[in-house]
Design a protein. Sequence first.
Length: 240
Amino acid sequence: MSDGTSKLGRAIFVLQQTLPEFFLAGLVTSMDKATGTPRSSSTSVPIINANPLDSQPSSDDDIEVIYSPKIRLVYTPPVALPPPFPTTLHVEGLPLYLASAVFIRHTFNALYTNLSVELRKVVVKTPRSHAPPSLHEERNTRPQKNRRGREKSLIVAFCVTGTSRVSGAQGEWEVSSTYSFSPTTGLIDKHFVDSIYPAPHQAVYESLRTSLGKVFGIGMEDRRAGSNDVRLEENRDWKK
């Protein structure tokens, strides 16, 4: 088994085993080499009090991480949000990715009880093969073909349910995501949220922006005039 294949299998195992317990244990980012069991991330406190350094992946030799330090979370709401929100939301870097997961977990736990996650689909997607190229094309495109052959993605669909602490009504959300793996490291480097139904209210984005801003000193403004995309990037002053 190649290293890339083993990392893909490791990521699938961790996600399958731990996503159903997300609201109880939080986001799990690695696996213990010795026992083969998933290991929780160190970010287990509310985001408003979180230290960005706590979100860094462990460098211990006894664990295998599944996420790239440069992971990018991408979501395009079905209905465009008003300014200053962009058409597509980006969260870049593992610290912000973990902080976003902490925000979601604590927000839902504050508003709902009996939260559960039921996996509906976990499917590996590989690039489709095309008609065999000519000898000349084969020589010129071999590096790209090899790269495409290593590019894999994982489609994960699940359903979240919970009971409102205020009204007692049952809430339900269907979520579909695509995890892309780096062809060089084999780690998850992109997380595309394909759909959330029903879609989050605008107040959710406002709260997320405020929470991340208080911890990392980030903003929503786009540095490229006229662009519809935005990248939430951490303020690196805390690293100095």
